[in-house]
Design a protein around this ligand. Structure first.
Ligand code: IPD
Ligand code: CA
Ligand code: CA
Length: 284
């Protein structure tokens, strides 16, 4: 049994390594680690950082911008012709490979010394997410995925949980704190999930939440109003770990709407049933 498991694991690592997307995944990993090191080195100085408010409850520090520059430098050195969509500096137009970058996901946590944040980098080609990396610099946990090649945490293959009931389930979410227009709808969803699940976690980094779902640390996840850079890498991790993702209309327009429900196929069905009655027309 153990030998079989080792063989499966070796096979998983090999499939992960042998693919045309591997060089791009390597660059994403290098960029994520380098940005993560920079974020960690800055974490002792948060009190002295220059912080800008981009919108209500939406902040960016020098560290977000420095980390983003570092990531873009590494990507542009390897692939000067590729396009970039980055949270802090926007669109850098190139060819139809698009790197989607959140240099620091969980800025509010970072600025408070609350130890839960990540770097998120995805590569899209012709509308499909091909590569995804979420890096937690505090725990040195590297989550990687390639389309069709599985999802990994460091060198371990990931799989969503086998949980098949809301009883005992741990569900992740994010609060709609930037705009309150969907707060009532959200609180209805929150109430329904609170009643049925064992617990709800709002950890503060959507990218890491999705990575945790892929790793079986959460049994489901939902959020309203995410941006593409918050979720692109995490979405591939979840799918490659056997999970299902939909928007609130049970379609696949979550990258456009920013509203998503993600879980194993069984848990997705259960979570969707709890959330759907509270979905208003402008969340569809
Ligand atoms: C935020 C985090 C958070 C989510 C917010 C995002 P940021 O990203 O992902 O979990 O609830 O919607 O904006 O601003 O820290 O990069
Ligand atoms: Ca983010
Ligand atoms: Ca960010």
């Amino acid at each position: 049994m153990q030998i079989l498991q080792e063989q499966i694991s070796v096979h998983a690592v090999r499939t992960h390594i042998n693919s045309p997307m591997q060089p791009m995944l390597n660059i994403a990993v290098r960029a994520a680690r380098s940005a993560g090191d920079l974020i960690l080195r800055s974490s002792d100085n948060v009190g002295r950082l220059q912080i800008d408010q981009k919108g209500k409850n939406d902040f960016a520090s020098e560290v977000d911008r420095m980390a983003e520059r570092e990531i873009i430098n590494i990507i542009k050195t390897a692939y000067p012709e590729h396009s970039i969509l980055a949270e802090e500096s926007g669109v850098h137009k190139g060819n139809d490979f698009i790197w989607v970058i959140d240099p620091l996901d969980g800025t509010t946590n970072f600025l408070h010394g609350f130890p839960q944040y990540s770097v998120s980098i995805a590569l899209k080609h012709k509308g499909r997410i091909e590569v995804g990396v979420v890096y937690d610099p505090l725990r040195d946990e590297l989550f990687t995925a390639k389309r069709g090649g599985g999802a990994m945490l460091n060198n371990r293959r990931l799989r969503v949980t086998a949980q098949n009931s809301m009883k005992g389930a741990l569900i992740g979410t994010g609060f709609p704190f930037k705009t309150q227009q969907h707060l009532d709808a959200y609180l209805g969803m929150f109430r329904a999930v609170t009643i049925d699940a064992a617990g709800i976690r709002r950890a503060g980094s959507a990218a890491l939440d999705l990575a945790y779902l892929a790793a079986g640390r959460l049994d489901g996840f939902w959020e309203i109003g995410l941006m593409e850079w918050d979720m692109a890498a995490g979405i591939l991790l979840v799918k490659e770990a056997g999970g299902v993702i939909t928007d609130f209309s049970f379609n696949d327009k979550y990258l456009e709407s920013g509203n998503l429900i993600a879980a194993s196929p069984k848990m997705h069905q259960l979570l969707y049933q709890l959330i759907e009655p509270h979905v208003t027309d402008n969340l569809k």
